[in-house]
Design a protein around this ligand. Sequence first.
Ligand code: GLV
Ligand code: MN
Ligand code: MN
Length: 411
Amino acid sequence: MAATRFADRMLAQLDELGRISESPDFLQRTFLTPEHRTAHLRVADWMREAGMEVEHDSAGNVVGRYAGTDPDAPALMTGSHLDTVRNAGKYDGMLGVIAPLACIADLHKRGKRLPFAIELVGFANEEGTRFGASMAGSRAVAGTFDGAMLKQTDKQGVSMGDAYQAFGLDPAKVGACARKPGSIAAFMELHIEQGPVLEHEGLALGVVTAISGAKRLRAEITGLAGHAGTVPMGQRQDALLAAAEAVQYIETRCTGTPTLVGTVGVLETLPGAMNVIPGKTIFSIDIRAAEDSVRDAAIADVLKEIKAICARRKLEVRITELYASTSTPCHPALMEAAEAAIKAQGLPTMRLPSGAGHDAATLAPLCPIGMIFMRCTRGISHNPLEAVLPEDVEVATAALLHFIENFKPVQ
Ligand code: GLV
Ligand code: MN
Ligand code: MN
């Protein structure tokens, strides 16, 4: 590919962010860690270079503002997250920060100001990798941050509140960055699709119709640890066997209903020794569907079944909800504007729902939201194999710039 207007620099920036990791072996950059700070400082440098004023806000987000000609006009907000899952790819979230950065750098180079300001946010905690609860950064901006989240702890037992303190932020003031209703005209997020639909359809870009709601639960099953050699099979209170049944039930219950998906991604066995009957298991449950009622019905069945399994095996169970979000539609006018921006690049497009959660959904109580999806190779995401085509990056950024330059408030 010849030298590009956007993609070469963007891919180099994405590679650079992809190297800021808590582990030398894989990409993991979680909330309120030194790597969080390093990545945000780097993005802040790039924002300033692109003509933006930068703030590191009360929730740990990095926010760049490219002023418009009318200081009173509501701003157009864009951005995505800079945190990652464990063993992550380098495009999930980061593309949605680096692409608007390239758009604003282009406007700056041309000396062009729009009637409204553009705010670019690098959100601090979309994934919830460290504490379980997702979206702390975007919830704070939306004015929906729940102080109860501060009590959630990481694997080392450090609470989110203490981690905020250690990061140099006041946990009592996380919500201070909430935007006033009416101050943000819309939020538009560009994100890799994280699924195979666009690639299958031979399309670089798609327009998101709605973002699925999700619930995340933590289940703790307690039995009785004992000697692996002496306790007869019929007399055990093995916590792991109950968890195994529960995991299988989740698969069965979530299979066959369109858009319903259930995942157990974390399972810990205690004490975790080869010759000890597991006395405790702790596991995560993530259940999602395009419709909240479908998801909630599945969760009710899963809880009932886990209780029944534990009663039958004479085990104790405690299930706590870590996170819940509702299914969120994108604004029709923003869908149309995104479609027009893609078509202006000479590309066909399609509409599709998002099964993954996104900061955009969290911002819906604040302003109309929209999303553009970009194809990723084989639909793989949350995996270091995550890959994109440079020509898709180029055209996605051109479409986003078209959207920004032609944006008209929708309400
Ligand atoms: C975020 O990637 C989520 O959907 O869990
Ligand atoms: Mn993700
Ligand atoms: Mn993401």
